[in-house]
Design a protein around this ligand. Structure first.
Ligand SMILES: N[C@@H](CCC(=O)N[C@@H](CS)C(=O)NCC(=O)O)C(=O)O
Length: 233
């Protein structure tokens, strides 16, 4: 059994968070080193094949890509989060593959980080199309037997999507788009994800401040609305 786990991380990275959710769900202890991705240190560039986080060092072996890391952790540590049934497992992997399209296809992130009120309706419409695919998938594959993607137990699809929904909900507090109002299965799924210890404890204490800085740097509408409301208090 491997003994040491060292995660190379960035505070607001959703792909890193997916790895952390998996480590927490599996009860694996790990050390963390944070890197500044705007000034990547040489040791990091030498270690990370794509110059990206997450990287997980396992007894000195370098793993990269959050999906590969999640699959590795699931193979090595109990409890198994992937479904035992190969057909269900393949479908889960397919929905995990949908994540980049869901987030950036353009997708949910374009709404979360939307720059202006004028851009909001278009971003909302695209995000609705993306969420609707998940709503249909859940209705077809699982029905009402939630709250997680496959049912009562967390799975790798949950670990993949949770960070993106978490960020959206932080922005939604200010944007108030009502995106999830017409998607009850996804809405209940998101509620469950954001109430799960493996997810809630997967960001460091400095996350809220770093996320706000990120919004500000992106010139996000959510940030203008938040800072405007704070100034009015
Ligand atoms: N497909 C990769 C995406 C990882 C990724 O994009 N990480 C970002 C931070 S959130 C990064 O390291 N960006 C640095 C860069 O692209 O230079 C994964 O799933 O691990």
């Amino acid at each position: 059994m491997p003994e040491t786990f060292h995660l190379i991380s960035a505070v607001t990275c959703p792909w890193v968070q997916r790895a952390v959710i998996m480590l927490r769900a599996k009860g694996v202890d790990f050390d963390v080193t944070y890197v500044n991705l705007r000034e990547k240190p040489d040791w990091f560039l030498a270690l990370s094949p794509h110059g990206k986080v997450p990287v997980l060092k396992v007894d000195g072996e370098v793993l990269f890509e959050s999906n590969a890391i999640a699959e590795y952790l699931d193979e090595v540590f109990e409890p198994r989060l992937h479904p035992a049934d190969p057909i269900k497992r393949a479908k889960n992997r397919a929905w995990t593959d949908f994540l980049p399209t869901f987030a950036w296809g353009p997708g949910l992130n374009n709404l979360s980080y939307c720059a202006s009120a004028d851009d909001l309706p278009g971003a909302l419409e695209t995000a609705r199309q993306r969420v609707s695919r998940l709503e249909d998938a859940i209705a077809k594959e699982r029905g009402n037997d939630g709250p997680f993607f496959n049912g009562p137990d967390m799975c790798l699809v949950d670990a993949a999507y949770a960070p993106f929904f978490q960020r959206f909900m932080l922005c939604e507090d200010h944007l108030k788009t009502g995106l999830l109002d017409d998607f009850p299965l996804v809405a209940a799924w998101v509620d469950a994800l954001l109430a799960t210890d493996a997810v809630t404890g997967s960001v460091p204490p400095e996350f809220p401040e770093a996320f706000d800085e990120n919004l500000q740097r992106r010139g996000a509408l959510a940030w203008s609305l938040k800072s405007g409301a704070q100034a009015a208090e």
